[in-house]
Design a protein around this ligand. Structure first.
Ligand code: ATP
Ligand code: MG
Length: 681
């Protein structure tokens, strides 16, 4: 680069390989980039826009780049600015459509744009009740998802039954298809009566205006002359319709995608538009990128193997990646005894990576369902590792979890004499929990997963500390508080779906076992094939460090019935080999046992700290572990801090604990007898 901050066109093109350069230099006409993960698709189209502007072929404001997420759009805009190009519109389909709709609404429809109703649930509930359907909250979520599918698939109430059958849709929330068709109709009525529109309406209404108003269509087409779409394998028929209207028969369209990363087909997206592109645009340039610049050969090799094993489900458009980066660490495969041990093992590995210099925000833990995040959130919180949850609610913010905690708090008063794990099961059974997972998919399953996570947690706490229901509630509240603390730089927790297009130095794929990946409810070859692509997306997010893990049993002491994912057949090391590695145990047990052996003085200090903690707990009327966790006591005993600063840096000692208990803890460490006064004394 020259000293000037704006790179020249030559410099831009020099930062690309030959194939990427072909993309960047094909500035006009239909262009289709079919390329694997990490081959620089997003980079190539960004440079293409910059080069087109530098070369004077594009005026920046006439380019519309469509990306999959708002974050990706923001990244592309800042990338373009770095390359000396401002003023390009990089947006999601939704954001682009909303901008146009708001602009044209007053003239095309009149008045102001109606309010956009973000959550469909209240509207679906009203529509269901008008139909006399006695449906619960969970069914309402499933019905809302079905309405979304219909709308993004351009399926109307009239053709719903036939189209749902053809698409192999399951009966949503157990309602027959004719009923869902009626619901679609009434849902629209309810929306109109309330004067609101939903998310899909933003695109549908813009489509309607463009179809009916020649003047509006002409104005939009004068504004935008060059279109670029990233992640095109996951475009929906509705988005495609809008894109076609923007184009208005012109051919200035560049699409990039990877059929092997199609992971939204259950919501109505389809790779068909990508694979069919050369047919729809005869004479289109087709460029294939195969050099993987993101990941080490170790990661790339696993990614290729995962796809190769797809057999006849491997798309002919799939590409075999060729690694460009130098060799890195071997991919790790780890089997753990249960979910808790798996989460603890991942947390321990993350701590080790951080020690070796990998920053937290370069680490991600990816999972199939949001329900799996809970164990990981707890393990990270316990290990004092900050994290952010992407594309999903934090466990303790989920509605069913908040409700469950309220009910458990009530039960702590009325069911105090019941054994705690039984009481928890009774209470949660009232919310729809059952020992076996439900047969349904979607919201029903997610809700069950959340409640099951609470049951497992109750068992664990009962086993570890013999806590009663009040103790459990206190612990849940404490965990909720700790996990809500905002984190600045944290490990990313994300579902595989939300991880699309992103990359990290280190990636942990947890729960890669049959039943979780593929998810047990993925029935039929197509559904299973999509699950395999999810694994491929997950693997290809890693630049350098990649660990795949699963737990043999769900719960501590449970039956070890889980097997590694079928997608890893022949790739997962033999069980014997995996077992030879030291299995991660829960850190608490580890540390204490170790301490007793290696540091008897430390072990004695743990006992004194426990005795002091017991007094504090009695004085404040709370369970002991809400004062300080066992792990923290072990850490204190190990470190034997001499002052508040040394104490403050230990795990589990936050500012509040330091202020409340710091001096007393230091006194116990010094060997003094500490008398705990009851509060107010
Ligand atoms: P995905 O399929 O996951 O969306 P992608 O094909 O869009 O991946 P990019 O995200 O554009 O890939 O690129 C992957 C990584 O490789 C990025 O960090 C990018 O900067 C880097 N990269 C791409 N091409 C080159 C190149 N020619 N030289 C150096 N680095 C490159
Ligand atoms: Mg990309």
């Amino acid at each position: 680069m020259t000293s000037s901050t704006t790179p020249s066109s030559e410099e831009l093109l020099a930062a690309l390989d030959d194939d990427q350069r072909a993309v960047a230099q094909t500035l006009t006409g239909p262009l289709c980039v079919l390329a694997g993960a990490g081959t620089g698709k997003t980079r190539a189209i960004t440079y293409r826009i910059a080069h087109g502007v530098h070369a004077g072929v594009y005026s920046p404001t006439t380019v519309l780049a469509v990306t999959f997420t708002a974050r990706a759009a923001g990244e592309m805009r800042s990338r373009l600015r770095d390359l000396g190009v401002g003023g390009v519109q990089a947006r999601t389909f939704h954001a682009a459509a909303l901008r146009q709709l708001s602009y044209f609404w007053p003239a095309a429809i009149g008045g102001g744009l109606p309010r956009i109703q973000e959550h469909k649930a209240p509207l679906v509930a009203e529509a269901s009740s008008r139909l006399g359907l006695g449906v619960d909250r969970v069914s309402i979520r499933d019905l809302a998802a079905e309405i979304e599918w219909a709308k993004v698939s351009l399926v109307t109430a009239e053709d719903y039954v036939a189209r749902a059958v053809a698409a192999g849709r399951e009966e949503a929330a157990g309602q027959d298809r004719a009923t869902v068709s009626r619901l679609l109709e009434i849902y629209e009525d309810v929306k109109t009566e309330r004067g609101v529109i939903d998310f899909e309406d933003v695109l549908l209404l813009m489509v309607g205006i463009l179809e009916e108003r020649e003047d509006v269509a002409a104005e939009v087409r004068r504004q935008y002359r060059h279109f670029v779409v990233d992640e095109y394998q996951d475009v929906s028929p509705l988005q495609q319709r809008l894109l076609d209207l923007w184009l208005g028969g012109r051919k200035e369209l560049c699409v990039v995608g990877d059929v092997s990363q199609t992971i939204y087909s259950f919501t109505g997206a389809t790779p068909h538009f990508l694979t069919d592109f050369p047919r729809r645009f005869p004479g289109a340039e087709v460029v294939r990128l195969v050099r993987d610049y993101r990941s080490t050969p170790q990661v790339v090799s696993l990614a290729n193997s995962v796809l190769e094993r797809a057999g006849r489900h491997r798309s002919s458009a799939a590409v075999r990646l060729v690694a460009q980066r130098p060799s890195g660490p071997a991919v790790r495969f780890e089997a753990f005894d249960d979910d808790v041990a798996e989460a603890a093992g991942v947390a321990a590995r993350i701590a080790a990576l951080e020690k070796s210099g990998v920053p937290r925000n370069e680490i991600a833990v990816l999972y199939r369902t949001n329900g799996q995040a809970e164990a990981i959130e707890q393990a990270l919180a316990q290990a004092d590792i900050g994290y952010l949850v992407r594309g999903g609610e934090r466990f303790f913010s989920r509605r069913e979890v908040r409700e469950a905690v309220v009910l458990l708090r009530g039960a702590a008063r009325t069911m105090a004499d019941h054994p705690m794990p039984d009481a928890v099961r009774d209470v949660l059974a009232g919310m729809g929990w059952a020992p076996e997972p439900p047969a349904a998919r979607g919201a029903v399953r997610e809700r069950w997963e959340s409640l099951q996570a609470l049951v497992a947690l109750a068992d664990e706490i009962a086993a570890a500390r013999g806590a009663d229901l009040a103790g459990l509630v206190a612990e849940l509240e404490e965990r909720a508080g700790a996990q809500h603390a905002p984190t600045v730089s944290g490990v990313t927790l994300a579902s595989l779906h939300a991880a699309k297009g992103l990359e990290w130095d280190a990636v942990f794929l947890v729960g890669v076992s049959e039943g979780l990946l593929p998810i047990s409810l993925a029935e039929g070859e197509d559904a299973v094939a999509e699950e395999r692509r999810l694994l491929y997306v997950g693997v290809t997010r890693a630049r350098e460090h990649l660990m795949l893990s699963y737990a043999r049993a769900r719960t501590v002491g449970g039956r070890a019935s889980r097997k590694p994912s079928r997608f890893l057949d022949g790739l997962w090391p033999e069980e014997g080999a995996a077992r030879r590695r030291p299995a991660a145990r829960a850190p608490r047990r580890d540390r204490l046992a170790e301490l007793t052996e290696t540091d008897p003085e430390g072990a004695a200090l743990v006992e004194r700290l426990r005795a002091w903690r017991g007094q504090v707990a009695t004085a404040i009327g709370k369970p002991p572990y809400t004062v300080l966790h066992d792990t923290t006591l072990a850490a204190i005993a190990e470190a034997k801090p001499k002052d508040l600063r040394q104490l403050g840096i230990l795990r589990g000692v936050g500012a509040a604990k330091l202020e409340a208990y710091g001096p007393a803890v230091l006194a116990v460490v010094r060997g003094e007898d500490v008398v705990v006064e009851p509060p107010g004394a």
